[in-house]
Design a protein. Structure first.
Length: 318
């Protein structure tokens, strides 16, 4: 049966938006802030449930009296346009990159529910090739980076600087999964690679150290740890490199770099993997909502930020 009534169409006969007759077929999503107790939805892929985050955030929110609803985007099928899962939520905090999660996050934003991080921000760092291109275009210091098939990358290795080594990364990898160090062109001949192309970065000597910059809003922390790849051939690891993640004061250059990347990608909860090279920090990659390993009281700081966002949204709606 055809639709009856011009008011059901969001556009006129010319195809232009019809702002006079357009109607939103969905009632407003009921928010929970009126009760005085923040109601937080944590949209999380199940593979992250056993990690430090968001488990720590959930516990810290509960300790503050917040109501928390865990939402697994892969547990069931969601009907497009159905908003029951959003009912009563004041904010949705997302950890994950699956298409199911990104679609639900986009729906929450379309219905006016605040989100951390926003879908566009997660999408901006989901694809490592596009993320690397954005960093390079913005002038962020980073290693020489290549995109291509393993065979094509082998040719680059053969014609590159003497002794140059590559770290291969899956374009859609995360949590350090799938990284491979390549020392010689011959290693790429029969490599079993899961994707048609790979992202490859030349190894940046850093004395065996790497620095992780963690951001929660405008606040930034630095953590130093040993790196598997930040050693040049024959280079001796720096003895002060921490065997495990250890909080250290961020340098002015790191603070500026973190703020710049936060604005570049629109992230609120984020991490930067950096190598402390001779000329200053070099960014390896940017991630959304990391584990904050080594950051003192990270879970409490995350909970404070989420609650402040709920309060901010409530004031804007008042």
């Amino acid at each position: 049966m055809p639709f009856a009534g011009r008011a059901l169409l969001p556009y006129d006969e010319s195809g232009e938006p019809d702002v006079v007759t357009r109607r939103d077929p969905h009632p407003p999503v009921r928010r929970g802030a009126g009760s005085g107790t923040p109601h937080v939805g944590v949209l999380v892929e199940r593979r992250y449930l056993a990690q430090l985050q968001p488990a720590g955030l959930v516990a810290a929110l509960g300790a503050r009296g917040c109501r928390v609803r865990l939402i697994d985007p892969q547990a069931e099928a969601f009907r497009l346009g159905e908003d029951a899962w959003l009912s009563g939520l004041d904010v949705v905090v997302a950890r994950g990159r699956s298409w199911e999660l990104l679609c639900l996050l986009a729906r929450a934003e379309a219905r006016g529910v605040p989100t951390i991080n926003r879908r566009s921000a997660i999408g901006a760092v989901h694809n490592k090739a596009e993320m690397a291109l954005a960093l390079e275009t913005a002038g962020v210091p980073m290693p020489k980076t290549f995109l291509g098939s393993p065979r094509g990358l082998g040719a680059r290795l053969a014609t590159g600087a003497r002794g140059a080594r590559l770290v291969l990364k899956p374009v859609f990898g995360d949590n350090g999964d799938g990284l491979k160090l390549v020392n010689e062109e011959a290693e790429l001949e029969g490599i079993d690679w899961p994707e048609p192309v790979a992202l490859a970065q030349e190894v940046v000597p850093g004395g065996g150290r790497e620095r992780k910059l963690y951001g929660i809003g405008e606040k930034v922390w630095a953590v130093e740890r040993q790196s598997l790849f930040a050693l040049d051939r024959g280079e001796v690891p720096v003895q002060s490199a921490a065997p495990r993640a250890q909080a250290v004061p961020p340098t002015p250059a790191e603070l500026g770099l973190a703020a710049y990347c936060r604005r570049l990608f629109g992230l609120e909860l984020y991490g930067l993997d950096c190598i402390p090279a001779a000329g200053g920090p070099v960014v390896i990659e940017v991630n959304d909502f990391p584990n904050y390993t080594g950051v003192p009281e990270a879970s409490d700081r995350l909970a404070e930020f989420v609650v402040s966002r709920v309060q901010q949204a409530a004031e804007e709606h008042a």
